[in-house]
Design a protein around this ligand. Structure first.
Ligand SMILES: [Zn+2]
Length: 142
């Protein structure tokens, strides 16, 4: 499933969507603090600009919305057999807590998924040839 060259590899490993080598975020561990949510400006391996245009990640909020909905449905599905319709506060607390706990992961995941919508993997040979310029090759302004 996590085979290099697939979008799932880039998303789950937090790697550059074009070369699958460089890290997108500055820190791999949530325990390292702020760097967990900070992105590099470019891929340190292939130079892909992670901020191709201002407001690029606005669209990631829609991905984030979908992920949050998935978490909510998952928590509801786990809680429902135990609580049925007895107490709505169980669901409000359970779903709210789960959403808050998953915020940092949701943030990273939604940006990685959004990046992978626009950039596709290129083998080292394809990158070296520089053929078929597409949006993946857009490097933007400094
Ligand atoms: Zn790269």
């Amino acid at each position: 499933m996590l085979v290099k060259g697939t979008k799932m590899f880039s998303i789950m490993r937090g790697r550059c969507p074009r070369c699958h080598e460089g890290a997108v975020f500055q820190e791999r561990s949530l325990l390292k603090g702020k760097g967990y949510l900070s992105m590099h400006k470019r891929c340190d391996h292939c130079g892909l600009n992670y901020q191709p245009e201002p407001g690029f990640y606005f669209g990631a909020s829609y991905v984030s919305y979908a992920l949050t909905t998935a978490v909510s449905i998952a928590v509801f599905t786990v809680l429902f057999p135990f609580y049925r319709w007895d107490n709505e506060w169980v669901y409000i607390g359970g779903i709210g807590g789960a959403i808050l706990l998953t915020v940092p992961f949701n943030f990273r995941l939604s940006r990685l998924i959004w990046l992978n919508f626009f950039f596709k993997y290129k083998t080292p040979e394809e990158r070296a040839k520089g053929e078929q310029a597409d949006f993946s090759d857009f490097r933007g302004e400094e």
